[in-house]
Design a protein. Structure first.
Length: 86
């Protein structure tokens, strides 16, 4: 199974964030689960989702955080969270 369209992944990130309170975060796995096709393993979508998050960071649309602090996605290791940039 192929990954969803990159634009669809970006829209999914922004849609999930739009459903949260200002300043709230989402986990990239929430996006992967939301867009996974029937029978598709959501974990296989984590790299494409992280890439979509990276594009949104470049567009100044979102921040990537760890333990509440903004971090660089390229150097972040371990779990990350995503929030709409204010």
């Amino acid at each position: 199974m192929s990954a969803p369209d990159p634009d669809d992944l970006e829209r999914a990130v922004l849609d999930l964030l739009g459903r949260r309170a200002d300043g709230a975060t989402i986990c990239p796995s929430e996006v992967a689960r939301a867009v996974a096709a029937e029978g598709q393993e959501w974990r296989d979508l984590m790299d494409p989702v992280r890439a979509a998050v990276g594009r949104l960071v470049e567009q100044d649309a979102v921040d990537v955080t760890q333990r509440g602090e903004v971090v660089d996605l390229a150097s972040a290791r371990g779990p990350i969270r995503v929030r709409r940039r204010s």
